[in-house]
Design a protein around this ligand. Structure first.
Ligand SMILES: Cc1cc2nc3c(=O)[nH]c(=O)nc-3n(C[C@H](O)[C@H](O)[C@H](O)COP(=O)(O)O)c2cc1C
Length: 86
């Protein structure tokens, strides 16, 4: 899929202290799972979300290097803890 130009809504979306955003991707970064909290905050249905490259919700202010770090860590079978602005 061609890279889309993302235009942020500038609308901050909040979620509860007891909620957690969960998504899974395959090794090419395509989404294979997204929980209800993810869908509600992203504003997409499950049909619109599954199979998309995870970058479909990437905020343009997020430096790409962070994602290189993430993928390098995953490929080295490590784990990473990082904040992501979407
Ligand atoms: C489990 C998982 C979760 C991810 N979550 C996000 C995310 O929330 N936002 C995001 O922009 N990228 C996320 N990524 C990284 C994307 O796969 C991708 O590397 C990143 O968006 C940069 O893509 P681009 O350089 O093609 O724009 C995630 C990757 C994995 C494996």
């Amino acid at each position: 899929m061609a890279k889309q130009k993302i235009t942020p809504t500038n609308r901050e979306v909040f979620f509860g202290d007891d909620e957690i955003i969960v998504s899974k991707t395959d090794t090419t970064g395509r989404i294979t799972y997204a929980n209800d909290v993810f869908l509600r905050i992203a504003g997409y249905t499950v049909e619109e979300t599954l199979g998309q490259p995870h970058s479909f919700i990437r905020h343009p202010d997020m430096p790409r290097n962070v994602f290189k770090l993430l993928w390098d860590a995953i490929q080295a079978k490590g784990e990473i803890f990082a904040y992501v602005m979407n």
